[in-house]
Design a protein around this ligand. Structure first.
Ligand code: WT7
Length: 631
């Protein structure tokens, strides 16, 4: 088991060690896991191709490290504690022993349905224990999981299935989210009309809705489980074999399939989980994310289970049945570590404080934040009302591509500073670069955030498009991984992430490409062109502001707005719906035809006092019109 850092001095010495000799540092931690065969070389890398290989030649199965190796010592300990959407339904405690059996059983179902090593298996499921079990079952047989968040539309699901050529889809009749039920099976059916690679769809019964089962393709999970036993040998995998693909948005219209491999991801997720949250053996840990996002992969499933922790999985939403739900669950399960997103904090902060004060939150020891910069008001509210000024808040900066937490306090060990992600974890070498790509040394500086040395859980490629991986992350600044984030390093060397510097926006912690949303809007028959920008939003962090040029003669009214929103819901999902739509006759473009988003961002922010230099615009008068019509 990985040993955690116990003091600030130890953090400093571990950090120094990790920079002076990264290979020795990580090899030592990797030694604590169960390998079927020792690796040949700890690290092989260059950021030009890029090529990154950790623990190559090492043979293992990550599920033996998440499950089998815990059985002797903590077989009867709760591994997954599931809290349902409806508080009157019972919570479910799954021990390590039971989880091991259920993962093996599910793995046998996959095998019976044609699943094998190297296959891509798509998961489109609600937040129920079967989702975590299915993820691990894929890993057990060496198949690559591709979890698609259950809020995505049929079209978005189909695109992701087709990109990875998945042969099996795991889904459910539906899911509960707050007062709503979502008919996942019918969305999946629509998607599968356009997915020729899918041979089998295995369906969980969760909401008991009427569904159509396609003969020869669709089978019920409960029928399949009845046919198999609970023993399944773990497939022997190479450390550098892919573990999963997870799609995320970039600055073009096409989502990217970020690919992670087994060995490095395993070592880093347990290392970061233990250290950041300072997990202790009997703690109950709750991360409120969805397994459809990387936070759920790394810090609901893999990190905690590797550490032998009790990880809580929550099916519902923070405001159902009322705004006290999170705190009710904290009291009910005596949560010790609680990890959520700033958008949830802000939404709850806006509700009556009675919803918080009704509950006993004294079990809490550590609070966490992830997904977007946390504003100082939200930080202070979280600290005072939830932590009672007694729980360190770990503001964890990382990305789908980084696989694990990169810059963050270690709870109670390293110093805090509100709105700052603070210091890099051992093994992580951040740097700031200026517009010319030169590294900015020293403190009290700003720049674009890069990482200059590989770490075990970094992405290896984008599925099917290594060149795009090189271009996006390794070509902007030669020899460095570019994060896409702007950043400040204060006088004490603490890091504060200031937000994206590319055409990516962050809405309620969900990452969205402006081009992706524009493409969806442009599908509306009367839209000629559109431009999307983010603007400050009280709850969501950033809201989506859409400028649309419509065909002349077409009515531009609320009906058109509703239709545009429906298009976006159809093509991406409700999370990408614009908050504001302004109809315009033109967009501010340079003579070369490039939209000047800087101007559109300023107008969307409501700051039109100084729009900067507009002299290079093709038609400066359009700016005046847009200013007048601003919402
Ligand atoms: C982007 C990555 C990491 C899991 C969830 C999001 C922003 C993330 C923070 C933070 C400021 C943050 C960055 C980053 N971000 N955490 N603590 N402080 N910004 O993963 O969808 O891959 O998005 O989220 O802009 O690049 P993601």
């Amino acid at each position: 088991m990985i040993q955690k850092i116990n003091s600030f001095e130890e953090y400093q010495s571990e950090y120094a060690k990790s920079v002076a000799n990264p290979e020795e540092f990580w090899a030592e931690h990797a030694q604590t896991f169960q390998w079927k065969k020792q690796w040949d070389k700890t690290l092989e890398w260059n950021f030009e191709e890029p090529k990154i290989e950790w623990f190559k030649g090492g043979k293992l199965n990550i599920t033996e490290n998440c499950l089998d190796r815990h059985l002797e010592e903590r077989g009867d300990k709760t591994a997954i504690l599931w809290e349902p959407n409806d508080p009157s339904e019972s919570a479910i405690h799954i021990t390590y022993k039971e989880l091991h059996e259920r993962v093996c059983q599910f793995a046998n179902v996959l095998k019976n349905n044609g699943g094998k090593k190297g296959d891509r298996i798509c998961l489109y499921m609600p937040m129920v224990p079967e989702l975590a079990i299915a993820v691990l079952a894929c890993a057990r047989i060496g198949a690559i999981h591709s979890v698609v968040f259950a809020g995505f539309s049929a079209k978005a699901l189909a695109d992701r299935i087709n990109d990875a050529k998945c042969n099996i889809l795991l889904t459910s009749d539906g899911g509960f989210r707050g007062a709503k039920t979502i008919n996942l099976k019918s969305i999946a059916d629509e998607a599968l009309e356009n997915c020729s690679s899918i041979q089998k769809s295995i369906v969980l019964k969760r909401i008991n809705s009427e569904v159509t089962m396609k003969e020869g393709r669709d089978v019920w999970l409960h029928d399949e489980l009845a046919k198999v036993d609970v023993n399944c040998k773990a497939e022997e995998m190479d450390a550098e074999d892919p573990l999963f693909i997870l799609y995320t948005s970039g600055s073009t219209g096409q989502p990217k399939g970020v690919q992670h491999t087994i060995g490095g991801y395993m070592v880093y997720t347990e290392y970061s989980f233990r250290n950041v949250f300072q997990y202790e053996e009997n703690d109950v840990y709750w991360c409120t994310a969805d397994i459809g996002w990387v936070t759920g992969h790394s810090y609901i499933v893999y990190g905690p289970l590797l550490a032998g922790a009790t990880t809580v999985m929550f099916e519902g939403v923070p405001t159902y049945p009322d705004a006290g739900r999170f705190w009710e669950v904290v009291e009910k399960h005596k949560i010790n570590a609680f990890y959520t997103a700033p958008t949830a904090i802000r939404a709850l902060q806006a509700c009556d404080i009675g919803f918080v004060n009704k509950y006993d939150l004294s079990s809490l020891k550590v609070l966490g934040s992830v997904g977007e910069p946390i504003n100082v008001e939200a930080w202070e509210w979280y600290n005072k009302h939830i932590g009672k000024n007694n729980c360190p808040i770990v503001d964890t900066w990382w990305q789908t591509e980084t696989g694990g937490i990169m810059i963050s306090p270690l709870a109670g060990i390293t110093p805090l500073k509100p709105t700052y992600a603070t210091l890099p974890l051992p093994g992580i070498q951040p740097c700031l670069v200026d517009a010319d790509g030169n590294e900015t040394e020293g403190n009290d500086v700003v720049g674009n955030l890069c990482i200059k040395f590989p770490w075990p859980s970094m992405l290896r490629t984008l599925w099917g498009d290594h060149e795009r991986c090189r271009q996006t992350y390794f070509a902007t600044y030669s020899g460095k991984y570019f994060t896409g984030d702007g950043c400040k390093r204060d006088e004490n060397g603490m890091y504060r992430i200031t937000g994206r510097v590319d055409d990516v926006i962050n809405v309620s912690g969900h990452r969205m490409g402006t081009a992706e949303v524009e493409n969806a809007i442009n599908e509306h028959e009367a839209v000629i062109e559109s431009a999307i920008v983010g603007y400050p939003h009280d709850i969501k962090g950033q809201g989506i502001y859409a400028y649309c040029i419509m065909e002349t003669g077409k009515a531009v009214d609320d009906k058109t707005r509703t239709e545009i929103l429906a298009k976006v819901t159809d093509i991406i999902g409700p999370i990408a719906k614009p908050d504001k739509i302004q109809f315009v006759s033109g967009l501010p473009k340079t003579r070369s035809g490039k939209i000047m988003r800087r101007i559109l961002r300023k107008i969307a922010e409501g700051d039109t006092s100084n729009l900067g230099d507009t002299s290079t615009l093709l038609d400066p008068s359009v700016v005046e019109e847009i200013k007048i019509g601003a919402l």
